[in-house]
Design a protein. Structure first.
Length: 169
């Protein structure tokens, strides 16, 4: 009988394994209330910008040239619109590969690399402010995932507890 070749994990700590219920859970990253407030801020600031332009507040010109004078204000509003788009589309997912969030830049973290995980929330305000799931790898890299969906939050809590028990020496 031959001895098996040592595997890579034999040289370091055992990899952490986590399987979410039902093969995975997914939900919106931000609450409906937060999404609504984001839309209100976008539409309100757009209305305000349009009124300022129509009143000639950007160089006294109400033509497109006046809007060109408001360039930085318009660019700020475009950035707000871009962020609103991502707030509306952002989703958090936990599956067999790890935890993911679609966002302005997508985030991903594998379970086997995790050293620490904690769900940070303000109880009673989850309807407004999405809890944050803070994770850190064995190499010190960290990420923060927004999770407003209750099923994803429960899996984050479960992952945090199981990881804490797994990493205790």
């Amino acid at each position: 009988m031959t001895t098996p070749e040592p595997t890579l994990h034999a040289l370091g700590p055992q990899p952490f394994v986590f399987l979410p219920i039902k093969g995975g859970v997914e939900g919106p990253a931000f609450s409906r209330a937060f999404q609504a407030i984001t839309w209100i801020a976008l539409l309100g600031s757009g209305y305000w910008l349009l009124n300022l332009w129509q009143e000639g507040k950007f160089g006294g010109d109400t033509s497109l040239n006046g809007l060109r004078n408001a360039g930085w204000f318009v660019l700020g509003w475009v950035l707000l619109a871009w962020t609103t788009w991502h707030v509306m589309r952002s989703r958090a997912r936990m599956d067999a590969q790890g935890i993911h969030q679609t966002w302005i830049w997508d985030k991903h973290m594998n379970y086997d690399e995790l050293a620490y995980a904690k769900l940070i929330r303000i109880r009673g305000l989850e309807w407004f402010m999405a809890p944050r799931f803070y994770v850190r790898t064995l190499m010190g890299k960290f990420a923060v995932f927004y999770v407003s969906d209750r099923a994803v939050q429960q899996q984050c809590e479960r992952l945090s507890q199981e990881l804490s028990e797994f990493r205790q020496f």
